[in-house]
Design a protein around this ligand. Structure first.
Ligand SMILES: [Mg+2]
Length: 275
């Protein structure tokens, strides 16, 4: 794994500019939590700022950019939070996708739904006495959040989780995704945000140059899938990343989006889509 370069490093700008400029269209893939919005204790309180919404609308409306939002949230949740029509959305880390030319749910995700439901009931009992721990049922995945749990109780949360899910993991029915202060249970499938991004790229009518921005471990699969084809950017400096570039934090994302889209405009083919 090579070290990522700071996205705004001046000496890299020409290279970046040339790569974007020559591409007929860019396919911009964005993660949501930690990338477009700061992570909150309660994920229900994460909303796009008006400026970011405006910026995303402008990107979605431009002739030479296709926008996708890939999130660990449920598809309906992420669609509601972003609220822009005619763009691509991937919920549950890409297990559930919708967009202008695609509607896809991974078949194994559908069949795992009853198992997730059963585990949810078991886990609910296990964590009942731990203050601040709570479950989020996302239909195809299940998240155990512990951001609000006292430091001393975190080991109990993890113990309760693994005690309940271990047998499902051993049977290869389920897999664990470790996030930021969250343990997530997902169907045991060879599928991730990287595969989802490739599927969306294929569904796009035009040949697009992919750019992926994300902040978490689940985005690493997408970096690996896309970094030979396009530009990959990790939000938050991390020594262990497959991304080519990094940004210092979510607060730098709007500027990076501006730079990418302005660069594309300056290539002379930026036009507004006809309504
Ligand atoms: Mg994220």
């Amino acid at each position: 794994m090579k070290k990522p370069t700071y996205f705004f490093k001046k000496s890299h700008f020409t290279l970046l500019h040339d790569r974007i400029k020559t591409a007929p269209k860019i396919a911009l893939f964005l993660d949501f939590d930690g990338t477009l919005v700061p992570i909150q204790k309660d994920p229900a309180r994460c909303f796009l700022s008006e400026e970011t919404k405006k910026q995303l609308r402008s990107i979605a409306g431009s002739q030479n950019c296709c926008l996708s939002i890939l999130s660990g949230r449920m598809l309906s949740d992420i669609k509601k939070r972003v609220g822009i029509h005619k763009i691509y959305y991937g919920g549950n880390h890409g297990l559930d996708i919708s967009g202008p030319d695609i509607r896809y749910t991974h078949p194994k995700a559908l069949s795992a739904k009853p198992v997730i439901r059963d585990i949810k009931h078991l886990l609910q009992k296990e964590i009942a006495g731990i203050k601040g721990a709570w479950l989020e049922d996302k239909k195809f995945t299940l998240s155990l959040h512990f951001r609000s749990v006292e430091k001393g109780d975190i080991s109990s949360v993890k113990r309760a989780f693994y005690k309940t899910v271990d047998r499902f993991i051993e049977k290869k029915l389920m897999a664990v995704i470790k996030g930021k202060k969250v343990l997530e249970l997902a169907p045991y499938i060879s599928w991730d945000k990287g595969k989802a991004a490739l599927l969306i790229l294929k569904a796009m009518k035009d040949k697009c140059f992919p750019i992926y921005i994300g902040d978490d471990q689940t985005d690493e699969n997408a970096f690996r899938a896309l970094n030979k084809k396009g530009i990959t950017i990790r939000v938050g400096k991390s020594a262990k990343t497959a991304a080519d570039y990094y940004l210092k934090g979510y607060w730098e994302v709007p500027r990076a989006l501006d730079m990418l889209t302005i660069t594309k405009q300056s290539a002379g083919i930026y036009e507004k889509k006809s309504p």
